[in-house]
Design a protein around this ligand. Sequence first.
Ligand code: PLP
Length: 395
Amino acid sequence: MPLSHGRSYLAIPGPSVMPDRVLSAMHRAAPNIYTGELHEVTAALVPDLKAVARTRGEVAIYIGNGHAAWEAALANVLSPGETVLIAATGRFGIGWGEMAAGLKAHVEVIDHGQRAPVDPARVEAALRADTAGTIKAVLMCHVDTSSSVLSDVAAVRAAIDAAGHPALLMVDCIASLACDRFEMDAWGADVMVAASQKGLMTPPGLGFVFFNDRAADVQRRAGCVTSYWNWVPRARPEMFHQYFAGTAPTHHIYGLRAALDMIAEEGLEQVWARHEVLARTIWAAFEAWGATGPVALNVEDPAHRSHAVTSVGIGPGNGDRLRGWCERVAGVTLGIGLGRTPADAFFRIGHMGHVNAHMVLGVLGVVQAGLIALKIPHGDGALDAAAAVIAGAGD
Ligand SMILES: *Cc1c(COP(=O)(O)O)cnc(C)c1O
């Protein structure tokens, strides 16, 4: 019998759960776009976005999803015929590379598969081999959401520097921003892309491109920049109408304002710490379930697991069966095995943004019930193990 009436939980890796405070902030009449409060609210977003990204660089805001931010970042730094090196750790890295190819860039891929982080030594070797200096940028996902692999951004910066190569380091933080610790300036990222609907807890529709002085310098000489994607006017909120290249995303601005207030009130360090404990809670359960049977965390080394999303292997067919059961019976929607073969042998849990202990324990309890109902073999003690992590971290 369905037991799903009540509040549903979209436990997928984006869009994430929207706080009531974000929804309430958006529930208003259309504001005046010519002058007044909307302009002030927009300008005030900029320093708070930079604080979340840990950068003193610039940020351009686009009305678009993460794919728009991908294209915006590439269009600003590339000239026709240049090469990008993509260090892929899952489907999203490959996808960003395909977008570069669509912009007529040459794309060199270092494919790390679906379970391993970026190997800085392979990046360094590829850059050393580029004696003609044709590689314009190294692209990587901080967290690849399809695999839930987390890579070491600072180590890739060190590899680029060790090779003495001028390539820009461009990082996709769409899944990780405001979930996993990320320090744009300290770690040496030149360009970073993000979007509103994951750790930033706002509906899909805003894309962000952060860039430093080095990237700004490259952009001034780049040949692919088009007027819509050009980040220069978009980094100057005082030029309000050029800033959005047309009508402002009025309600998203208010929603994002509320979300950034929530992050500032909790404190970014505490936001990261909360995500870490909740991720460890999930891992503890899956490690116990995986003691016997087909259930297995996709990433073996905890140091390379994201705190925002967890990818799990569960055997052919079982991923879709479990997802269907959890939604139908219990009102929890889990993420698909995106980019995996076969896709129905995997599922993902999103634990990004507006997520707390009772939500995570609830999802795990539902997964336990689903494993029993579907007779999927699994080890014992998962919920005890998960509860012990929360008990050990609380207060
Ligand atoms: C979600 C996501 C994207 C794509 O974002 P869209 O808003 O769906 O276009 C790209 N990269 C990563 C790492 C993501 O998590």
